[in-house]
Design a protein around this ligand. Structure first.
Ligand code: CAA
Ligand code: FAD
Length: 385
């Protein structure tokens, strides 16, 4: 289907990846979307397919089993998957932009050689930061880690963890020394068989095929060699990775908006009222044109942030803007897409209403919209005060 491709700066490799993902999304994901939403469960064949298509190690070096591609490539994959199913998109997003990136950026050579091939070839990862009492205030986390010989022992609860129902690898943020405040936060890598327990699987409004669980750590023993980066520097790892990850969520939201647009607009030329296609009434045309502008502006912000990151330039402010704006327009476009299709759009059969339900999460995870505004405001204050 369409993309509003005013940006033609993609490399041949990036364009090829877009085509591969589009094919996978149409052939493999699309037939399962409704069933997975109804069952609130990801089909295992899709997880397998994501690995087989090389979409779970997009930036991972080739000698460690990955595609060794750009960050923009990951953004393209997330966007294309979201056009068809935002749940599959966020699975790919978390695994690549949060989990793989932490290991690639902060892991030692030995840790990269051990974990990146596993993560590229078949074991799903999750990123465990949020807790019942610390969402936006993420650095107030209560999970504790104490050193015992060659191990750390973790106790605490994580909440809202994407992918965690299916995941086998967990990046866990815990505080080793609360007297130092957030400078005690440390990043650990653990496997399910070490004793990570799923406490509850959430039932949600949208992205229902994406698992979201709370996790309990009851004297979870993790070898000290599984500390990623420096002890006490986990907070910096978490936020630096989230700065990048937010571009991924922006991509998910623009893909979602485009998916809703592509599903609803053709209908407006098939359906006639008052003797003419409804899409030819000026009221409809203007609403559709405004949605096209919404998608285009969000896309430009998102690809600009991704390119800046790829080029090694500052991107935190741009990422926050992209995530904020994409979340706004995703809700608006998906909501209007329902209205363009009238009663038909409100039924589950067309799949248009699902985009609207799925769009709500963009303003909540990886930093709420207020947190993005706060991030942007800090830059403005620094510049003007
Ligand atoms: N980039 C880099 N560093 C940052 C930063 C940013 N955007 N924001 C804060 N920091 C650093 C500061 O420089 C400071 O570090 P130093 O002491 O070394 O200088 C430290 O963090 C604390 O700064 P603040 O006192 O300003 O921060 P705070 O405690 O008020 O809040 C925050 C910081 C927790 C990062 C908050 O701004 C935030 O982003 N909250 C949202 C948390 C979040 O995004 N969670 C997502 C969970 S994962 C997820 O959601 C995945 C998914 O759904 C798919
Ligand atoms: P709160 O922080 O309680 O915020 C509630 C409201 O208060 C929001 O509107 C917020 O903007 C506002 N608010 C809070 N502080 C301020 C402030 N300083 N200024 C202005 N307004 C403020 N976390 C993970 O670690 N890993 C995951 O994989 C993950 N996946 C998720 C998947 C789903 C489906 C969901 C729902 C959440 C997920 N999260 C994950 C958690 C997510 O990151 C948090 O929900 C999010 O950061 C917000 O935290 P909270 O829910 O505690 O809301």
């Amino acid at each position: 289907q369409s993309g509003l491709n005013s940006l033609d700066t993609f490399t041949e490799e990036e364009e090829m990846l877009r085509e591969t993902v589009q094919r996978f999304a149409q052939d493999v994901v699309a037939p399962k979307v409704r069933e997975m939403d109804e069952n609130e469960m990801m089909d295992p064949s899709i997880i397998k397919g994501l690995f087989e298509q090389g979409l779970m190690g997009i930036e991972t070096p080739a000698d460690l089993g990955g595609a060794e591609s750009s960050f923009t490539s990951a953004i393209i994959a997330i966007e294309e998957l979201a056009k068809v199913d935002p749940s599959v998109s966020v699975m790919c997003d978390v695994h690549n932009t949060l989990v793989n990136t932490v290991v690639r950026k902060y892991g030692s050579k030995e840790q990269q050689e051990k974990w990146l091939p596993i993560l590229a070839e078949g074991k799903l990862g999750s990123f465990c930061l949020s807790e019942p009492a610390s969402g936006s205030d993420a650095f107030a986390l209560q999970t504790r880690a104490r050193k015992e010989g060659d191990n750390y022992i973790l106790n605490g609860t994580k909440m809202w963890i994407t992918n965690s129902y299916e995941a086998e690898v967990f990046l866990i943020f815990a505080n080793v020394d609360p007297s130092k405040g957030y400078k005690g936060i440390t990043c650990f890598i653990a496997t399910k068989d070490m004793g990570v327990q799923i406490a509850k699987k959430e039932q949600k409004l949208g992205i229902r095929a994406s698992s979201t669980c709370s996790l309990a750590f009851d004297d979870l023993k993790i070898p000290a060699e599984n500390v990623i980066g420096e002890v006490g520097k986990g907070y910096k790892i978490a936020i630096e990775i989230l700065n990048e990850g937010r571009i991924g969520i922006a991509a998910q939201m623009i893909g979602l908006a485009q998916g809703a647009f592509d599903k609803s607009v053709p209908y407006t030329y098939q359906r006639s009222q008052f003797g003419q296609p409804i899409g030819t009434f000026q009221g409809m045309q203007f609403s559709i044109a405004q949605a096209a502008i919404d998608i285009e502006t969000a896309r430009l912000l998102t690809y600009n942030a991704a390119r800046r990151k790829d080029e090694g330039r500052d991107f935190t402010r741009e990422a926050a803007m992209a995530k904020y704006w994409s979340s706004v327009i995703a809700q608006r476009v998906a909501g209007n897409a329902i209205e363009w299709a009238g009663g038909v759009g409100f039924t589950r059969e067309t799949g248009i209403e699902k985009y609207w339900r799925d769009s709500k999460i963009g303003a909540i995870y990886e930093g709420t919209s207020n947190i993005q505004l706060q991030t942007i405001a800090k830059f403005i204050q620094k510049q003007y005060s």
